[in-house]
Design a protein around this ligand. Structure first.
Ligand code: ACO
Length: 452
């Protein structure tokens, strides 16, 4: 039994029995609750935690967040220091390998990534099949999943060298896939990777190169985007990372797991928020409209996109760095006209008790959208940019999960709130059910989908 001071004493008032549950690393094991039973037939107590508010799903050594104090560190290194001194590929190396590289290791890593930026020509044909207005996140989910069919060796997840190869491939190719999605939507010819450029410079070239022989990225934009990729590179057990671990726990290849992670990122409450922030600021349009919009958010009619975070209960440290990036980028691009509205929104919200009492502060997405827009990215590419940045984090977390001997296939329990046993009722004997009838009527009244 653990030291009594490192334990939790629980009395089950149904039976009067007392249990001592060890506390390790600030947690009790939920499985210890299974010992708490009414009688021998009772399977034992469960913990109920929708949204995983107070449940740790793993032990991790990758990313540390202290939400109360606004701290974010990758492998122990503060995000502010990395953003100032490092590069996206160096941070990617740090996340997946655990240490900062020396100069030779970094040179080798960068070289490896550069040599895996091309995608199979069939992927291009596959992208051609999407409708011209397909959302690029839909294309990215599909193409990341499709990579699994091109690399059957990726299934060999117990082979460390093969795992590393997939990590390199995916870090390299996610930027290429993202650019393909954009060029397809624009009807522009696809641009092949340019190995003379940095990772981020090459991405800008694949996005924006037109008839010129070579695109020379504007240094402030290249550095700004590289910093934003670093800010997004990992964020412990968020929704998309949990999806990566969850799917990875059934041990498919990492492309299949990463496609699930991109899908989870797509939602407006997660990586889709940066897109929604821009749409919200565009809807508010002018600083004088902010007060009315904020009032509607307080009524619960809408949320202020880019505000609030499950973990940060103070300023999102990435937001501070992103503001600095915004200043640097706007010096080159000119100020995004939405900035004035954004600053007014921030001012109004942060002087309002509704937001302060709920600890709702601007998160990283509040600023990134305006920067991406000033750089020339269309709004629906914003979550795609997030996905490029997050890829190394997903991969590091996927591998950590695989190598963690305590991990099993993820399979949560449920609290049953449905019917007891019911016996099948033949069709003519069923009572009319208003809900079903209404659903059918609504479906028959729905307008036809535009021909596509
Ligand atoms: N605007 C207005 N009210 C909000 C907002 C918001 N952005 N976020 C939370 N609230 C309110 C809720 O209505 C709730 O109020 P109540 O207690 O009166 O019911 C309270 O704050 C707590 O909200 P929850 O939804 O329980 O908080 P949770 O931790 O589950 O949600 C989330 C976190 C999803 C990020 C939420 O704050 C949100 O929807 N924000 C807007 C979307 C966004 O910016 N997402 C990006 C997150 S950062 C990232 O993914 C990189």
């Amino acid at each position: 039994m653990a030291d009594a001071s490192e334990s939790l004493t629980v009395t089950d008032n149904r039976t009067g029995q007392t249990y001592e549950l060890p506390i390790e690393e600030g947690a009790i094991r939920a499985s210890a609750l299974r010992l708490i039973k009414l009688n021998d037939e009772d399977p034992g107590l469960l913990s109920y935690d929708p949204g995983y508010i107070a449940t740790a799903s793993c032990r991790s050594a990758i990313t540390f967040i202290d939400g109360e104090r606004g701290i974010l560190r990758y492998r122990g290194y503060p995000i502010e220091e990395l953003a100032e001194h490092s590069s996206f590929l160096e941070v990617a190396y740090l996340l997946v390998s655990g240490e900062l590289p020396n100069d030779q290791e970094l040179a080798l890593w960068v070289d490896e990534i550069k040599h895996h930026t091309l995608v199979h020509e069939n992927i291009r044909k596959f992208v051609d099949g999407f409708h011209h207005d397909a959302h690029p996140m839909g294309i990215l989910i599909s193409t990341v999943a499709a990579l699994s069919t091109f690399y059957p060796d990726a299934k060999d997840i117990d082979d460390a060298a093969k795992r590393r190869l997939q990590i390199v491939r995916m870090t390299a190719k996610s930027a290429t896939l993202a650019a393909l999605a954009f060029r397809h939507a624009m009807g522009f010819p696809y641009v092949y990777p340019d190995n003379d450029l940095s990772y981020t410079g090459n991405f800008l070239s694949m996005m924006f190169k037109m008839a010129e022989l070579k695109l020379k990225p504007e240094p402030a934009l290249e550095r700004g985007l590289d910093v934003l990729f670093m800010l997004h590179a990992d964020h412990e057990q968020n929704c998309s990372t949990s999806a990566m671990r969850q799917v990875g726990s059934s041990r498919p290849d990492p492309y299949s797991a990463a496609a699930a992670a991109v899908a989870a990122l797509y939602g407006p409450l997660h990586g889709g928020a940066n897109e929604q922030v821009l749409r919200m600021l565009t809807e508010i349009a002018r600083p004088e409209n902010v007060a009315g919009y904020v009032a509607r958010a307080k009524d619960g009619k809408r949320r202020l996109m880019g505000f609030g975070h499950r973990v940060y209960r103070s300023y999102d440290p990435r937001g501070r760095v992103a503001r600095q990036v915004a200043d640097d980028v706007f010096k080159v691009t000119g100020i995004n006209p939405l900035l004035e509205t954004a600053l007014e929104l921030e001012r109004v919200a942060l002087s309002d008790d509704y937001f302060l009492s709920r600890q709702l502060y601007p998160n990283v997405d509040f600023y990134t959208g305006m920067i991406y827009q000033a750089m020339g990215f269309p709004v629906d590419m914003f979550p795609v940019l997030f996905a490029i940045g997050r890829m190394p984090g997903w991969l590091a977390q996927w591998e950590e999960n695989l190598l963690d001997e305590e991990q099993k296939i993820n399979r949560p329990r449920q609290l049953w709130v449905g019917h007891g046993i019911r016996h099948y009722v033949p069709m003519g004997h069923r009572a009319p059910y208003a809900g079903t009838r209404l659903a059918l009527q609504a479906a028959s009244a729905a307008p036809p989908r535009p021909g596509r």
